[in-house]
Write a protein that binds this ligand. Structure first.
Ligand SMILES: [Cu+2]
Length: 499
């Protein structure tokens, strides 16, 4: 199979002459330099252009096609290409301007998920970009080194636009951070954008033009059986021998992954949404919900190829409970399935050993919180609700979902999920810390900075959020479930940072 656009939109760095171990058949164009679909690709790295001290990026949203199903091209959206978009590299302390041109036939937005930016620059549903129009987002990079991403966020249409292919990674670098971590993009520092798709034989999917998912898919969140990494079906990557950093982004609409390797090797979990943990956590599994990022260090020194899998069945019972939970899942959620394979090549990895510790994440004291705000996730009125309500109209938001928070104040959000399925809660603009889960302190991999976190059914998760930022009484931020179909159906609220 073939992705013709790759020739210009993706930098192909790892070739393996033949179809990948998990590739889905031979290329129908053997002369294509992009190779068969089984090859791992990395999105191009975009470092912007320095203009008068401002780092300027230009993203053009456009339509395209990708041939995942041989002979049946799928219509796609992409940024500066047919599918996905470049990885934007930001530098802490620098002013940034991102110029977005909407070359689509529909109104959309572009949101910087995980970045602390003024509300006017956030790219949520209030910052729409009409077809043919441009939108400029200006902000200073104020946060620590981390992995973020961008995706559309239009009211009621986020799921469709992301599923059509609009998403990209953002890497925030901090020149002051002394780190021995692998850091050569595309060599030992790899973006791993995991998405699932439900593709019909004619190349269409439930969000293809003219189509809309049914109510069951909206309730479960759309899941598919075809696994993509950076737009390629279960690809095969040749990696250096030694330590490789994987920046994993779950860019799926709804599916949660429980990642591990087929040989059950251990690896190091070094970072969460908001940057590095206090120290690497050695583990065999990592759970990643839609919207979340994890940074992993994997040692490929043994020169043996290995499959990255989702061991979803191992966590099924904790993510989905009762009849509702069981009804809103598929066979993959109960089993184990491949994501991609890694094959150590002949080059030695540039970084030989993993650091034992990083700058400690200072735990936020609960005593600074001025209030505890209950947040409920429930199954009511034939759908999922947030605080017993739904946000279905940008101009008319239920009081329970229309918050005003004084800039600088610290709040505890006590999030209780009484529904039968896990929901990943995302808060725009701020990274938070998990105080406790059902009264227990978080495990070390969840004790760092987060902007999206899984709330399992029946659990109460308390978050400490320091609402710093630029006051703006006219433009709000959002908080919502990151199962995109749930968000589109109104499992979302807004907050204004006020002076
Ligand atoms: Cu949800």
């Amino acid at each position: 199979m073939l992705m013709k656009p790759d020739r210009r939109q993706f930098l192909r760095i790892f070739g393996i002459g033949a179809a990948g171990v998990l590739g889905c058949g031979p290329s129908d164009d053997p002369g294509d330099p992009a190779g068969p679909s089984g090859d791992f690709v990395v999105p191009p790295l975009d470092e912007g252009e320095l203009v008068g001290g401002v780092r300027v990026f230009r993203l053009r949203l456009q339509t395209g096609t990708v041939e995942w199903v041989p002979g049946a091209p799928t219509e796609t959206f992409g940024a500066n290409g047919d599918l996905l978009g470049p990885t934007l590299r930001l530098v802490r302390g620098e002013p940034v301007r991102i110029e977005v041109e909407n070359g689509l036939a529909v109104t959309t937005t572009l949101h910087w998920h995980g970045l602390q930016v003024p509300a006017r620059a956030d790219g949520g549903p209030y910052q729409t970009i009409a077809p043919g129009a441009r939108w400029t987002s200006d902000f200073d990079v104020v946060q620590r080194a981390m992995t973020a991403w961008y995706h559309p966020h239009p009211m009621h249409e986020t799921a469709r636009h992301v599923y059509m292919g609009l998403a990209g990674m953002i890497v925030v670098d901090d020149p002051a951070l002394a780190t021995e971590l692998p850091h050569t993009y595309g060599v030992d520092d790899l973006p791993i954008i995991i998405q699932d798709r439900r593709l019909s034989a004619d190349g269409t999917h439930p969000y293809s033009p003219g189509k809309t998912p049914g109510m069951h898919d909206m309730m479960s969140g759309l899941r598919g059986e075809t696994l993509l990494v950076n737009g390629r079906i279960t690809p095969h990557a040749v990696v250096p021998r030694g330590l490789v950093r994987l920046r994993v982004l779950n860019g799926s609409n709804a599916r949660i992954y429980h990642l591990g390797f087929a040989d059950d090797r251990t690896f190091l979990h070094v970072g969460s949404d908001g940057g590095l943990l206090s120290a690497p956590v050695e583990t065999r599994r990592v759970l990643v919900a839609p919207g979340e990022r994890v940074e992993l260090l994997v040692d490929f020194a043994d020169a043996r190829p290995v499959e990255l899998r989702s061991y979803s069945g191992e966590v099924f019972d904790s993510l989905y409970t009762g009849m509702m939970g069981a009804n809103l899942t598929d066979a993959l959620d109960r089993g184990t399935f491949p994501i991609m394979t890694f094959e150590p090549g002949t080059d030695a990895a540039p970084v030989a050993t993993a650091p034992a510790a990083f700058d400690p994440v200072v735990r936020e004291p609960e005593s600074e919180a001025v209030r505890t705000r209950p947040i409920s996730m429930a199954m009511q009125m034939g759908g999922f609700t947030l605080n017993g309500a739904r946000m279905t109209d940008l101009a008319n938001v239920p009081a329970a979902l229309d918050l005003r928070i004084k800039a600088g104040e610290v709040e505890v959000w006590s999030v209780a999920n009484t529904s039968g399925v896990a929901h990943p809660l995302h808060v725009h603009n701020r990274h938070f810390q998990i105080l406790d889960i059902d009264g227990q302190p978080p495990p070390p991999e969840l004790a760092g900075w987060k902007d999206t976190t899984i709330i399992r059914p029946g659990r109460v998760v308390r978050l400490l959020v320091r609402f710093e930022g630029t006051p703006d009484t006219e433009r709000p931020y959002l908080f919502h479930c990151h199962i995109l179909e749930h968000e589109d159906m109104g499992m979302m609220g807004r907050f204004f940072l006020v002076a």
